[in-house]
Design a protein around this ligand. Structure first.
Ligand code: ARG
Length: 500
């Protein structure tokens, strides 16, 4: 399998380039000379440069296959020379992107044209000719589909690793306060006390589903289109299995027409990113609420909260707020992608070039949100006294009193009505349930026994929810251990997938 030397681009926005049509004589790889305005409009190198390592790896895979299957056309010695040239093109772009002078309208053209220039400089009179053989039995249609699939596989690995890092931060905070009570809400009204660790583990489960979706998105991308050529396959006796092995694909596509026009894998990755963003937005919203002065459940760490330009006392949860808003941006990309593919007649249409910016930005946005929230969660400090106080507030243990009556033989609906009346009176008198004596309780219903006095305390309420998936400390402790073991296994599985 192909491994490129480590490297990567320095960040640069090629939008700063002048009108690409002004590249003048360079024109297109096909030699057509379109109007500069149209050339600039249809060119994709401003954004598809991100595929350069995948394009170069894809070309090396194809080249090695050609040398093995078609040695008469691509002798192995020549293939070696071309491979060195491709690695030189890669090194030229790695970390030097700010100096990239595009040779063509897209990254595929750039790599090929630059390869030919470099080979000719090093092997005068022969290099250009060698470079011109590389595109044998290949079209840009199967090439771009392959590059994009390689890119998606890598992006999925990076997203999964970032999701695992956020999970690790949540698990770490759950370990830090394994038995601290916390208010549980429904409708954002005090509902029932829970453990803070139980609440954090809810997010761990959410992210676990995201990891499983990313796993499936990785599988969707893991099929090699090369060999499909433009749409119908190739006249050469190529070895698609060899190329797939070189490029680390698990299988090859079954139908050349589907292979060059299929972008389902890009939709699947973007959809995974969209749902991931929905989850991160919910976590962000909880962080904003918890850190507010009104809730006061966590302290806002200076590591992720920024100041106000006018109000000196302020600290704002900007990173969480941005995450809420950025979810919409990723949903938009999913919508754009679905719309771009829906009307493309079999097989390839240039519409499909429009997949890239949506896909790239969806993945980058989700990764950025995961990384920022990891900082927020890992620096989160619970305010245990305040959390315990709020866990008891709002008659949050009323259900426990009703359950107590049920155990004394009262039908639940009757018990519910008794406790509803009792809570209304306590609330009007401004008294908590813990202030009631047994006599007072029995004046509401004779079914109340001495245990009722304990049932209204938070610790008792939490411990009583001793079902699988419940918030009782023993269950949460078990769940935490299970989640930590699962995390370690996932970490190892994703670490075993090197990226280009
Ligand atoms: N830049 C194009 C894309 O991203 C390249 C694919 C092939 N182009 C073509 N005209 N056949 O889809």
């Amino acid at each position: 399998m192909i491994r490129l030397p480590p490297g990567g681009p320095s960040a640069i926005d090629l939008a700063a380039l002048p009108n690409l049509g002004d590249m003048g004589a360079l024109g297109t790889i096909t030699g057509a000379s379109v109007d500069p305005i149209v050339f600039d409009y249809t060119a994709s190198i401003r954004f598809d440069w991100k595929l350069y390592r995948h394009d170069i790896a894809g070309s090396i895979g194809h080249l090695r296959m050609l040398a093995e299957a078609l040695p008469g056309i691509m002798p192995p010695e020549d293939a070696g020379v071309v491979e060195v040239g491709l690695l030189d093109v890669c090194a030229e772009i790695d970390g030097q992107l700010h100096r990239l002078v595009p040779c063509g309208e897209d990254i595929h053209s750039h790599v090929e044209l630059r390869l030919r220039q470099l080979l000719e400089t090093r092997h005068p009179g022969r290099g250009e000719e060698l470079g011109r053989r590389l595109h044998t039995a290949r079209s840009r249609n199967d090439q771009v589909a392959t590059d994009l699939r390689l890119w998606c596989k890598d992006a999925t690995v990076e997203l999964a690793r970032a999701a695992l890092d956020l999970q690790a931060a949540l698990l770490d905070r759950a370990r830090r306060w394994p038995e601290a009570p916390f208010p549980g809400y429904t409708h954002l009204q005090p509902a029932q006390p829970v453990l803070f660790a139980h609440h954090l583990l809810a997010y761990v489960e959410m992210l676990q589903r995201d990891l499983e979706r990313l796993q499936r998105a990785h599988g969707a991308a893991d099929v090699m289109p090369l060999g499909s050529a433009a749409l119908a396959g190739t006249t050469f006796p190529i070895r698609r299995d060899v190329t797939a092995r070189e490029l680390g694909f698990s299988s090859i596509s079954a139908n050349s027409m589907d292979a060059v026009s299929d972008r389902d894998f890009a939709v699947e990755l973007t959809a995974s990113a969209a749902l991931l963003m929905a989850h991160l937005s919910r976590l962000a919203e909880d962080l904003v609420l918890w850190a507010s002065d009104e809730f006061g459940l966590i302290s806002l760490s200076a590591r992720w909260a920024e100041g106000s330009s006018i109000m000196p006392q302020k600290r704002n949860p900007d990173a969480a707020e941005l995450t809420r808003a950025k979810a919409g941006r990723v949903y938009g990309h999913l919508q754009a992608l679905l719309t771009a593919i829906k009307g493309v007649p079999m097989t390839y249409g240039r519409d499909l070039q429009e997949d890239k910016e949506a896909l790239f930005d969806a993945a980058a946005t989700a990764r950025g949100a995961l990384r920022a929230l990891r900082v927020a969660v890992s620096s989160l400090e619970l305010r245990p006294e305040r959390a315990a106080e709020r866990a008891a507030a709002g008659y949050a243990t009323a259900t426990d009193l009703a359950d107590h009556l049920v155990r004394a033989g009262v039908p639940f609906r009757t018990a519910y009505e008794v406790v509803k009346g009792l809570v209304a009176e306590c609330s009007a008198a401004g008294r908590p349930l813990t202030a009631l004596s047994l006599d007072q309780l029995q004046s509401y219903h004779p079914g109340f026994g001495p245990d009722a006095l304990a049932a209204v305390h938070v610790a008792h309420s939490v411990a009583a929810r001793d079902v699988p998936g419940g918030t009782a400390p023993s269950r949460v402790s078990q769940a935490l251990g299970d989640a930590e073991r699962r995390h370690a296994a996932c970490l190892a599985a994703w670490a075993a997938r090197p990226t280009l």
